[in-house]
Design a protein around this ligand. Sequence first.
Ligand code: UD1
Ligand code: CA
Length: 463
Amino acid sequence: MMNQAIILAGGHGDRMKAAIPKPMLRVLDVPMLGWVIRACEKSGLSRICVVTGYKAQYIELYLNDRYRTAYQAEQLGTGHAVMQAEKFLREFEEGNTLVLCGDAPFMDQETIQRALQQHQAQENDVTVVTALLDHPQGYGRVLRSESMIAAIVEEKDATDAQRAIKEVNSGAYWFRTKSLLELLDGLSQSNVQGEYYLTDTVGLALERGGRAGVYCTENADVVLGANTRQDLLHLNETARQRVLDLHMDNGVNFVCTDGILIGNDVEIGAETTILPGTILKGKTKIGVKCTIGPNCLIENCTIGDQVTLNAVQAYDSVIEDAVKAGPFVHIRPNSHLKNGVKIGDFVEIKNSTVGEQTAVAHLTYVGDSDVGKKVNFGCGTVTVNYDGMTKNRCEIGDNCFIGCNTNLIAPVKLGKGAYTAAGTTVTQDVPEYALAVERADLKLKEGYSKKKLRSKLFPSDDK
Ligand code: UD1
Ligand code: CA
């Protein structure tokens, strides 16, 4: 028996005034659709079909062939959206199908699995996931007869009395796949919006003598959807606080959470402090006893223990223990800073390895380079890695001392212990322990400025 999921992501979401489909709008650093897919996968559902429609190309691009899609050319409602996945449904008619909204990111594994258990135990044709909300506005209301569900009525179609009902439809349902196929055939557009409502499957199943049930979840967040930018902000605030709480439970320290945004997949060790204005994204992993911030942006980095980063932007890189970097540092992809490296202000590192305890203190660009241990970079060093056609690498041995304003024209290699004099442009390899000096002779012109400065030096001479 095969259980599977359909995620509805074809709607326009007019009120967002977005140029991309609503499910592609982000909560923390992941599109809402990504949250929903993750909930399916955590629940063990790997067979997933996403219904696309409005600006489908954005969703196709994001899914990158990882999941099936069905295209809904015209947005005629949630029931119509599921009809577009008919081919997908017919491939495995035995089993159950979960239908989820792509704009309700907090649906979780526990709700999905418990609802399925109940759906199977009660042998339902459809089981609706519901929740009790203090402010049910905007959601479909659940009409009950005695203890059973009777129907779902949309806010726009509801009477005043029905609008007072606080039990709402989450937009998530488990269907027996065979029943779903039959029920879809019976849907019509006879409602205020002229749409095929998936919600009508409940009343229809009952009319036909089938079974419809309700799984009312205690975690009311799972129903939260976003129809407006205000809703989206609310989802972001909820998600942000949840992540912060988890990290605090793990011993992470926050003195003030202003401007701190941490993605779901970020891991942080105990006794690390995250300071205001810091954004941690993607698969970032941070060790213990670090100080990150203020104002860092870190994406997909692995960071060791006791690291200090102040006003650093770092992407797709590895930063080992006891590194100190900042302020105003840019670590670009594919960089590896080894233990104890020091990076100072206005330094950019790109696609380079920097060896243990090397210091790059100020105003320096290290790109496409392999740097050894205990190297000292003078202020204003540039690895000239691009000749307009190709990128080339520099190799800098252990214990090198690079004078201020050195240009290293790649490809070039400094042997271990090599020195360069300030202002040198290095165009050939420097052997171990050698000094490279590239300078024109200094010329002195005695008294040169006296004439120019006369008015300043001798104001009384001015006529
Ligand atoms: C729907 C439910 C409502 C429920 C709410 C929960 C119906 C008729 N109503 O209302 O009972 O409380 O979700 O959030 O189902 N979509 C398509 N194609 C379409 C229309 C929608 O793919 O033609 C997708 C949207 O992209 C969205 C999801 O279906 O991800 C829900 O659509 P939306 O228009 O937001 O439904 P609601 O009016 O919120
Ligand atoms: Ca909605």
